[in-house]
Ligand binder design. Structure first.
Ligand SMILES: *Cc1c(COP(=O)(O)O)cnc(C)c1O
Length: 395
């Protein structure tokens, strides 16, 4: 598969056919697997081969197809699928850390990622230092000889700061730390994170991989050694396994992901460009715009700025007036979906953070996160313009 382009791997990677030779991937909706004899059961528990399965919490043929397809796409040796993106983030970190270890993380994180680092890991005696991920001097200052891992969202949710994977990896590797990248906003279509130095890449498959708002899922990608010896034992014994039905939808999602995401990126750039000139917006944040501080970095790192932009309407009243006036955009909190979705992070996805934390990250009360879907760009823009017109009377 590695000889083929990403688009080809996304359609064919990991395919396994049963004796019936089905064209589309089979859905093995089974929790368990039958052994011909007690000796066969004993042998399988002792040494489970790549085409053998024991229990769906450990692995399942449909889940395995998804793991092999996303690993082929990402250029990773192996992958382990999880029940959600958060199960992947939690397992990637928890499976490799123990009390007394040190972690350095960027501060600009999705609320649940922050919970894992700040509440879960710290409660179990892992020391975590938070830095401004765009400032290499802060990474340099925070890394120590006992730093075991660094963690960051390569494009931060929802402020869209871009972190230099190659530069942070070089600093982390110099002290022997593993680099774990939450790469959701970059999307697997535009990721080259492993070649750029990441040791472990994590996705919420709920986002662009499904891309149609149906199921939760997640995946951890890395070396075979890490995935099978460190991540797998942790996940299979703690219960965060991906359901076969969800894996089947995600497999089919991967087939169309390239087309969907490229179309969404083109519309995102069109909307960001159209909104950038408006004087009733405090800010339009999109790394694809030339005035974004990491514009060159995102072009170099991903070749695309993704399917999300953020706008600052100036106040919560104006943001809410806009949300109440739009029709086509859906008020929700998913992203990467075929349907365009608008989120007010300060009162939803990032409401866990204190007002001070939000201010430090630039998550203002007027900020709206726009996840751009597959609708017509002119329709989406007209709806936003109508919303902004309705908001103009607000303080
Ligand atoms: C959504 C998201 C997650 C969590 O994924 P779930 O599938 O909702 O558990 C983690 N990181 C980022 C950057 C996300 O956007």
């Amino acid at each position: 598969m590695t000889d083929y382009a990403k688009k080809t791997r996304a359609v064919h990677g990991g395919t396994r056919r049963s004796q019936y030779g089905e064209v589309s991937e089979a859905l093995y909706l089974t929790q368990g697997f039958v052994y011909d004899s007690p000796e066969a059961a004993e042998a399988r528990f002792d040494q489970c081969g790549p085409d053998e399965f024991i229990y769906a919490r450990y692995g399942n043929p449909t889940v395995r197809m998804f793991e092999e397809r996303i690993a082929a796409l990402e250029g990773a040796e192996d992958a382990f699928a999880t029940a959600s993106g958060m199960a992947a983030v939690n397992a990637a970190l928890t499976s490799m850390l123990r009390a007394g270890d040190h972690v350095v993380s960027s501060r600009a994180l999705f609320g649940s990622c922050l919970y894992v680092l700040e509440d879960v890991l710290m409660r179990f005696g892992v020391d975590v230092t938070f830095v401004d991920g765009t400032d290499l001097d802060q990474w340099r200052a925070a890394l120590r000889d006992d730093t075991k891992a660094v963690f960051f969202e390569s494009v931060a949710n929802p402020t869209l700061e871009v972190i230099d994977i190659a530069a942070v990896s070089e600093l982390a590797h110099a002290v022997g730390a593993k680099v774990i990248v939450d790469n959701v906003f970059a999307t697997p279509v535009f990721s080259d994170a492993i070649a750029q130095g990441a040791d472990v890449v994590v996705y919420s498959a709920t986002k662009h991989i499904d891309g149609q708002g149906r199921v939760l899922g997640g995946v951890i990608l890395g070396t075979r050694e890490f995935v099978r010896k460190t991540a797998e034992p942790y996940i299979k014994h703690t219960g965060g396994a991906l359901a076969p039905f969800n894996a089947w939808l995600l497999l089919k999602g991967l087939e169309t992901m390239d087309l969907r995401v490229r179309a969404q990126v083109a519309t995102t750039l069109e909307l960001a460009t159209a909104l950038a000139g408006r004087d009733d917006l405090e800010r339009v944040i999109y790394p694809g715009l030339p005035d974004h501080p990491q514009h060159d970095l995102v072009q170099r790192q991903n070749g695309s700025a993704g399917t999300v932009l953020s706008i600052d309407c100036g106040s919560k009243a104006r943001a809410f007036a806009m949300l109440n006036a739009i029709n086509l955009w859906t008020i929700s909190n998913n992203l990467g979906d075929a349907k365009s979705i608008v989120t007010h992070p300060a009162t939803t996805t990032h409401s866990r953070l204190s007002p001070e934390q939000r201010e430090e990250l630039g998550i203002t009360d007027g900020l709206l996160r726009l996840s751009v879907g597959l609708e017509d760009a002119a329709d989406l823009l007209a709806d936003l313009e109508a919303g902004l017109a309705a908001a103009s009377g607000q303080g």
